[in-house]
Design a protein. Structure first.
Length: 173
């Protein structure tokens, strides 16, 4: 197994692990914000998806996929996220009309995981070693894919805290 395949498998594992924590959420609570917690479920899924698509774009050169995001929009709709509603440093709002339905949020998140996994799998070692600007710093494309795995894990932790705060219950029960 080469490095790209290992990174791809890690992304797909993070998708599978995060999906376990979606049980108990539905369209009625996907935008419920718990006190003292930073993000609700729809925001987490959209934010992770947007970030992974932006990272994949650095590898595969393709823009955000049609039908998943409304560019530079401060609200989405039933089918798409507004990029400004889930971008870095955005603030989640409790209005369900601003975000896609739960099933669509999950489909967009899954699509982003699949895209970056494919991009990593298809990339040569030389491509994964390319240095790029990301935020205020610089990294390699391979490290950026690894960072997406940890990023998904960070937001999975937020979803876990949200489950507790909303009294949804354990996934292990």
């Amino acid at each position: 197994m080469n490095r790209g395949e290992i990174l791809a498998n890690g992304v797909l594992d993070s998708k599978a692990l995060l999906s376990r924590y979606l049980n108990g959420f539905d369209d009625s609570n996907r935008t419920t914000q718990a006190p003292n917690l930073p993000n609700h479920l729809a925001w987490c899924l959209g934010h992770c998806a947007l970030t992974m698509h932006r990272a994949a774009e650095k590898i595969d050169g393709h823009p955000l996929p049609d039908g998943q995001f409304i560019l530079k929009a401060d609200r989405g709709d039933e089918h798409r996220f507004g990029t400004e509603t889930v971008s870095f440093a955005s603030t989640p709002v409790g209005d369900p009309a601003v975000y896609p339905s739960l099933s669509r949020c999950v489909a967009i998140f899954d699509s982003a995981c699949d895209r970056i996994a494919l991009a990593a799998r298809m990339a040569t070692d030389a491509k994964l070693d390319e240095r790029i600007k990301w935020g205020p710093g610089e990294t390699t494309l391979g490290s950026l894919v690894l960072r997406m795995i940890f990023h998904n894990g960070t937001h999975c932790g937020q979803i876990t805290d949200l489950r507790r705060a909303l009294k949804i219950g354990s996934i292990f029960a």
